[in-house]
Write a protein that binds this ligand. Structure first.
Ligand SMILES: Nc1ncnc2c1ncn2[C@@H]1O[C@H](COP(=O)(O)OP(=O)(O)O)[C@@H](O)[C@H]1O
Ligand SMILES: [Mg+2]
Length: 505
């Protein structure tokens, strides 16, 4: 649809931008800031983004005459055909010209008089690098009737960061991404999904009440997670116990080697108790060293997560098109959570490296707890995955409300950023610095985004876009309920319980 005509201004038209007078008067709001338009140029079809819209009316230019007329009790529009003289000028920034292969910078201005059109959905999809057939559908492009279907490879070949303040819609958006991954047809290529669910909100995917994904979702509770001691080297013990010395680790390795030999010669797998016993009985080991080592081992034992075998079996826990939810909501100790995730991530990544696991996505809620800018037990392995993951199609989705606290190494490896509302100036500045696509005016828009709307920048899109994230197909868990809903649900449940009790008596 035609929306306007290019006009001459002091600055343009230039290769970088132009202004146009809006000529379509059919709609109440003919053109909006942030909308995409297209027009022909000598270099080909150009796509531009409307950066400003200004209304003008000659009749209202002189304050003193407006005041005079209004004071006489009449309005200007009742005396003159003033409303017919209102017109709209839109400023547009050219983002590129469509070429066969993609997008190129413009080097020559469009001509004054050139007609400007609303960008066609197909043109936009191609221009943005979306994948209408088989992309991950996040929602709709703001101001356009275009489903935003992000190409799976572009999105997940590298990593994704989902950032935004608390309540901005990060977890909701992540659910949408996961639903899309679970619904993919086999022929389109499916990845496995693992979710580190700190607040216990993802099991709702398997609960029904909306679309039911229970056939494709497995939930493991934090209290059931186990680390198989025979799978650990002294080096890995040290990852959990960063203060363990080199000498202590060497001694521990000796004990582990011994236990491994026995295990392979027919004795069953061993647990932490056997390791402790061996260290205690070892007469050759220096007393002080022994005590220190025992101290570390008892400390680990008290966490209650070290057993003879892993649970789950990480290598087989990931299936294409399926999700494994690691529900950590029943674990309070951050250290314990970090140890479990450090271990799980390493096992998953190794399983993927030797092709026992399919390409997978590891979604980390509260990512700043697991890979902060400071130290954390799980930081090393997450950084390794951030650096090397793409070689093996093991990608990270990092979800965080405190980008400033997130490891810069990890954040800089996140090639697509999905940014929801952020108002904290430090976080905003950090986000701005992590991506050159985020200009001052875009940053300003981030702070005024409504809940459920996101800015997407980076690899997955050729140009930053604002997206209204679609509704979830699965039902929200109690976490997402309003206070009213939660209160109603509570009363409903307790009245049912009373009735049950009565029926029983
Ligand atoms: N795209 C959306 N559409 C509709 N409602 C949304 C959307 N995103 C978020 N919400 C609402 O906002 C609430 C908070 O979102 P949530 O994802 O839990 O925030 P965050 O994880 O960023 O703290 C949700 O429970 C939901 O009701
Ligand atoms: Mg959340």
């Amino acid at each position: 649809m035609e929306v306007g005509t290019v006009i001459t201004t002091f600055e343009g038209p230039s290769p970088s931008g132009f202004s146009f007078v809006v000529t379509c008067n059919g709609r109440e709001i003919p053109v909006r800031r942030g909308q995409f338009v297209e027009l022909e140029t000598e270099e080909g079809k150009a796509i531009a983004s409307v950066v400003n819209v200004i209304k003008t009316n000659r009749y209202f230019m002189r304050a003193e005459s407006v005041k005079e007329y209004e004071r006489s009790g009449k309005t200007l529009t009742s005396i003159f055909p003033a409303d017919r003289w209102e017109y709209i000028i839109a400023d547009a920034r050219i983002v590129g010209i469509q070429t066969g292969g993609g997008l190129e910078r413009t080097t020559f201005p469009p001509s004054p008089g050139q007609k400007v059109y609303e960008a066609e959905p197909e043109t936009l999809a191609r221009f943005l690098g979306l994948n209408p057939d088989g992309g991950v559908e996040l929602g709709k492009l703001r101001h356009h009737e275009l489903p935003v279907k992000l190409d799976l490879t572009k999105l997940l070949r590298k990593h994704v960061a989902i950032l935004g303040m608390s309540g901005s819609g990060k977890s909701f958006g992540t659910h949408v991404v996961i639903e899309e991954l679970l619904e993919r047809a086999r022929e389109k290529g499916r990845v496995g999904v693992v979710i580190v669910d700190v607040h216990g909100e993802y099991s709702s995917l398997a609960e029904g009440g909306g679309a039911d994904y229970s056939d494709h979702v497995t939930v493991v509770r934090g209290r059931d997670l186990q680390i198989g001691v025979p799978n650990l080297s002294a080096h890995q013990f040290r990852e959990f116990l960063p203060d363990m010395s080199e000498v202590q680790a060497r001694e521990l390795q000796r004990v582990l080697d011994e236990l491994h030999r026995e295990m392979h010669s027919g004795k069953g797998p061993f647990g932490l108790d056997e390791v402790i016993e061996r260290v205690e009985k070892n007469g050759e080991i220096h007393k002080q060293l022994q005590q220190a080592l025992l101290g570390w081992l008892f400390g680990l034992k008290s966490l209650g997560i070290f057993e003879r075998a892993d649970n789950p079996n990480w290598a087989s826990a990931v299936e294409p098109g399926e999700a494994l939810i690691v529900d950590l909501s029943d674990i309070i100790s951050l250290r314990k959570k970090q140890i479990l995730i450090a271990y799980a991530a390493r096992r998953l990544f190794n399983a993927r490296k030797n092709l026992r696991a399919p390409p997978f996505v590891l979604c980390l809620e509260e990512a700043h707890q697991f890979c902060p800018e400071g130290t954390a037990i799980s930081k090393g392995v997450i950084e390794t995955m951030a650096r090397e993951g793409r070689k093996f199609y093991a990608s990270l989705v990092l979800i965080s409300q405190r980008p400033v606290r997130l490891s810069t190494t990890v954040l800089s490896q996140a090639n697509t950023n999905i940014i929801l509302r952020v108002t904290n100036p430090y976080d905003l500045e950090h986000i701005k610095q992590s991506s050159e696509c985020i200009t001052g005016d875009v940053a300003e828009m981030i702070s005024s985004l409504p809940v459920g709307e996101a800015l997407i920048v980076g690899e997955a899109v050729n140009h930053p876009i604002f997206v209204k994230i679609r509704k979830r197909r699965s039902r929200e868990s109690a976490h997402g309920m309003s206070l009213e809903e939660a209160a109603r649900e509570f009363e409903l449940r307790s009245s049912r319980a009373r009735e049950d009790a009565k029926a029983f008596m």
